[in-house]
Design a protein around this ligand. Structure first.
Ligand SMILES: NC(=O)c1ccc[n+]([C@@H]2O[C@H](COP(=O)([O-])OP(=O)(O)OC[C@H]3O[C@@H](n4cnc5c(N)ncnc54)[C@H](OP(=O)(O)O)[C@@H]3O)[C@@H](O)[C@H]2O)c1
Length: 262
């Protein structure tokens, strides 16, 4: 019987890079996203390059409890077992907090945090052997970020959850929450990186590199590595600066960009 890696956000830029890397390694894949057509196309593409690879797909809105229950019922029905979770789903709305609607607020908080916690429980319950739980955090979770406040808080919560879970599961599962910087995935992210000039160029890493480094990190049971030399350097060299200075700098820079998601 095949033992699967569950990849959430499989239809996204970083999720897709995880999928391709895991497929290259011959890892049976259980892929989720919200769009059936995108998932079906991804499966077809994978089977074209890896005809013998077991690939399952399932639509799920991870911000919705009822939708998650449908996914978990499918796990039961198919009696699927998991050796690994890659939680790459996420939504990065960025704007002043007062401009949020209630709907967007709950969507972002749930997709980025509640969904991850819920899926982790489901994957643990259907574990086979020693498992790996990999959560995609962000350097945005390292400091409170004005104008990106909810995203940054949700990523921090994810980091904190993963760090605690890692201790609870010692010896039974590796648990890692990686903190990547900018990744040129969607067009709006690429544009954002471009507008940051040299800074953006230095901090950004291709999704393929982030996926490889993240899988290596969870294999080594690292707790919460910052991904990329420049991001590590920035984090390390600013560690002793007062938080108020860092937030002032962040507020100035981040108040200039706005983006939405659903
Ligand atoms: N790009 C960056 O610069 C960057 C930097 C640091 C961290 N990250 C993190 O990396 C992860 C992937 O980002 P990305 O740049 O690859 O974004 P992306 O291309 O927009 O992909 C996001 C993925 O998440 C899925 N998703 C969003 N909301 C969902 C929901 N409610 N239920 C289920 N799936 C949902 C999307 O599914 P659909 O296809 O169905 O919409 C898509 O597959 C995110 O967690 C993000 O926070 C990104």
């Amino acid at each position: 019987m095949s033992v699967y890696t569950l990849v959430t956000g499989a239809t996204g830029g970083l999720g897709g890079a995880f999928v391709k890397e895991l497929a290259r390694r011959g890892q049976p894949l259980y892929l989720t996203g919200r769009n059936q057509e995108k998932l079906a196309a991804l499966k077809e593409e994978l089977l074209h390059s890896h005809p013998a690879l077991p690939v399952k797909i399932a639509v799920c809105d991870l911000s919705n409890e009822a939708s998650r229950r449908v996914l978990y019922a499918a796990f039961e029905r198919e009696n699927v077992k998991f050796c690994r979770l890659v939680y790459a789903a996420g939504a990065d709305i960025q704007k002043p907090f007062e401009e949020y609607t209630e709907e967007k607020l709950t969507f972002q908080a749930r997709a980025n945090f509640e969904g991850a916690v819920s899926v982790a429980r489901a994957v643990l319950a259907r574990g086979e052997g020693k498992q790996e739980l990999l959560f995609v955090g962000s350097v945005s979770g390292l400091y409170p970020m004005p104008y990106f406040a909810l995203y940054s808080a949700a990523k921090k919560a994810l980091w904190q959850f993963a760090a605690a879970l890692r201790v609870e599961l010692k010896g039974r599962a590796n648990v890692t929450c990686v903190q990547p910087g900018a990744i040129p995935t969607r067009e709006d992210v690429k544009e954002n990186i471009r507008t940051q000039g040299l800074w953006g160029k230095l901090a950004a890493l291709p999704p393929e590199t982030v996926a490889k480094k993240s899988l290596a990190a969870v294999a080594k049971n690292r707790r919460s590595p910052v991904i990329g030399f420049w991001n590590k350097l920035m984090h390390g060299s600013t560690a002793l600066l007062p938080l108020s200075w860092k937030m002032k700098f962040i507020a100035k820079r981040w108040s200039k960009t706005r983006k939405d998601a659903f």
